[in-house]
Design a protein around this ligand. Structure first.
Ligand SMILES: [Fe+2]
Ligand SMILES: [Fe+2]
Length: 288
C-alpha cells in the first residue's frame, strides 16, 4: 500500500497533519478505560496539539453548568472516557480539514460530515436494538469510518471532485468511481493507510478498511456488520441531501446479516435527519 502511486501523491502533498503516536495510545486507553490510569491517558492527550483548546471550548460552549472548564483534566473527568473518545475522534477526523469548506471544489465536506454523523447515529440505534456491541463505541467508529474520503478532500481534492462528478452526473457507484480515478484503490485502503500512519487502534483500522466488504470473508465481526448497514442507511440519507437518486439499495442479504425487521430500518431512516441535526450542533468544530 505504501508504494501505491496515489499514497505517494498523498504523502507528497504535505497536507496530512502529524499526529503524535501518543494519540493512538490514548485512544487505546479510552477504549479500555478500566485498565489504565486516567492520568496516564490525560498525559498523552496533552501531546495532541489543539485538542485541549477544542475540548474546553466545546464544553464551555455547550455546558449549562455554572462553572468554567480550564484544563484537559477537568474536561476528561467531567465528560468521562466514552465522551472524550467521541470528541477526540471527531476532532482528529476534522483536523484534516484546513477550513470549513475543505479543498475540494465540487464535493462538499460539510454535507459529507452529516453522512458520517448519520452513520454513527444509525449504528448506535442498531447496537441498541440488537445488543450486539457497545453502542457508544460504535458511535465513535461511525465518525471516523470514512476518514479516507477526508484524506482525499484535503490532499487530492481534484481526484475527489472527479469521483464525485462521476457519481452525480453518470450514476457510477462510489466504489467503482474511486477505483477508476485512484488506480484500483478506494477510500477504505487510503483510510487504513492513515490509521497505520497515526497509530490508531486495530479495531478502528478494521472498521475503516472493511466497512464496505462485510461479505468478503465469511467471518466479519458484528461491529463491521452494524457499520455496514448503518453506512447504507446513512448513504441514502446523504443522497437525499444531495438531491440525487438513491444508488445504494440495502439488499435482503444486508438485512439478513443482522436479522432486523424492515419496519425498524425504515423507522431509523426516518429519524436520521433530526438526530443528525442535534449531534452536528454539539460536535461543530467550525466554532473555532
Ligand atoms: Fe465508506
Ligand atoms: Fe460512509
Amino acid at each position: 500500500m505504501q508504494n501505491h502511486p496515489v499514497i505517494k501523491l498523498i504523502q507528497q502533498s504535505n497536507y496530512i497533519p502529524e499526529i503524535p503516536k501518543a494519540f493512538g495510545e490514548a485512544l487505546n486507553m479510552l477504549l479500555e478505560p478500566f485498565e489504565f490510569s486516567m492520568d496516564e491517558c490525560i498525559e498523552r492527550l496533552n501531546n495532541v496539539p489543539g485538542l485541549e483548546t477544542a475540548l474546553i471550548q466545546v464544553l464551555n460552549y455547550t455546558s449549562t453548568l455554572n462553572r468554567e472548564f480550564l484544563t484537559l483534566k477537568d474536561a476528561v473527568l467531567y465528560l468521562g472516557a466514552k465522551n472524550i473518545r467521541m470528541i477526540a475522534i471527531a476532532y482528529i477526523t476534522r483536523l484534516l480539514l484546513p477550513n470549513s469548506s475543505g479543498r475540494a471544489k465540487i464535493f462538499n465536506n460539510r454535507t459529507y460530515w452529516k453522512h458520517c454523523i448519520g452513520t454513527s447515529i444509525a449504528s448506535h440505534m442498531i447496537a441498541a436494538k440488537t445488543g450486539l456491541c457497545d453502542r457508544d463505541r460504535i458511535f465513535t467508529y461511525g465518525l471516523i469510518h470514512d476518514i479516507g474520503i477526508t484524506v482525499l478532500d484535503i490532499c487530492l481534492p481534484d481526484h475527489l471532485d472527479r469521483i464525485y462528478t462521476m457519481q452525480i452526473e453518470r450514476g457510477i457507484h462510489q466504489i467503482a468511481a474511486e477505483k477508476i480515478v485512484l488506480g484500483g484503490i478506494t477510500h477504505s485502503e487510503i483510510g487504513m493507510w492513515l490509521c497505520d500512519e497515526w497509530g490508531l487502534p486495530d479495531e478502528i483500522k478494521e472498521i475503516v478498511g472493511c466497512h464496505h466488504y462485510p461479505f468478503k470473508n465469511g467471518n466479519a465481526g458484528d461491529e463491521i456488520k452494524i457499520i455496514y448497514l448503518a453506512d447504507s442507511v446513512s448513504s441514502n440519507y446523504y443522497e437525499r441531501l444531495l438531491g440525487t437518486d438513491t444508488t445504494f439499495i440495502y439488499t435482503e442479504r444486508t438485512k439478513k446479516l443482522l436479522n432486523l425487521p424492515k419496519e425498524f430500518i425504515e423507522d431509523m431512516a426516518n429519524k436520521l435527519p433530526e438526530e443528525v441535526a442535534k449531534v452536528n450542533s454539539i460536535i461543530d468544530f467550525d466554532l473555532f
